[in-house]
Design a protein. Structure first.
Length: 213
């Protein structure tokens, strides 16, 4: 009964509006967004990649990409249903599935959407970790859709860190929050372009310094 109530349309709508209102207290600073947006406007595909620890801080700004028809893979868990409800109200297409449940079908849908709309996001170590380990989906997405990977990080000058597998970060009200986009990565031009595992490690090593431990 309680789980059904938490996943109801009314509850999800209230939660979404609470998150939006809470996020508007942040003093948000955006860094290096122009490079990948110019690439997208020229017809290129872009895959924004973020750690599970840090995705909450990006929800407010990601609403501004609604007109691009972006997609995000979200697990079929009960928690995932709540996250999907928030994502869809932010203008994102929630593709349901994970490495453990319907992963192949979800990945196929993500690839189709990325090819069509040229913008998607991927939570690299979600939904259950381990923290800081890039899973294979991001590399497969980038290869098949010929997309540029854009490392995406968030940081806050004041935040709470949950006692969860990823030390989930929740910025405190009125915190200074920075959303930073790294340099675009073309997987197909790396020296290790013929070695899938090496590419995964390359992305992981690139993004690990941005993980808050």
């Amino acid at each position: 009964m309680i789980n059904r109530l938490l996943r109801s349309k009314v509850t999800l709508a209230l939660l979404y509006h609470f998150i939006r209102s809470y996020s508007w207290t942040f003093r948000l600073n955006i860094e290096n967004e122009r490079e990948w947006m110019d690439h997208h406007q020229r017809g290129g595909a872009v895959l924004l990649c973020v750690w599970h620890q840090q995705f909450f801080s990006a929800i407010r700004h990601f609403k501004t990409y609604e007109s691009y028809g972006p997609s995000l893979m979200i697990s079929k868990s009960k928690d995932g249903e709540i996250i999907a409800g928030v994502a869809e109200r932010s203008g994102w297409n929630a593709v349901r599935g994970s490495s453990s449940t319907d992963g192949r079908l979800a990945l196929g849908a993500m690839i189709e959407n990325l090819k069509r709309f040229r913008l998607a996001a991927h939570i690299l170590d979600g939904p259950r970790g381990p923290a800081g380990r890039v899973k294979a989906g991001a590399i497969q997405l980038a290869h098949t859709a010929q997309a540029m990977i854009v490392p995406t990080y968030t940081a806050a000058d004041r935040a709470w860190y949950f006692k969860s597998w990823d030390r989930f970060m929740l910025p405190k009200p009125f915190a200074k929050v920075t959303l930073r986009f790294g340099e675009m990565i073309n997987i197909n031009t790396l020296n290790c372009r013929d070695d899938f595992e090496a590419q995964r490690l390359e992305l992981q090593n690139t993004m690990l310094p941005g993980l808050i431990t």
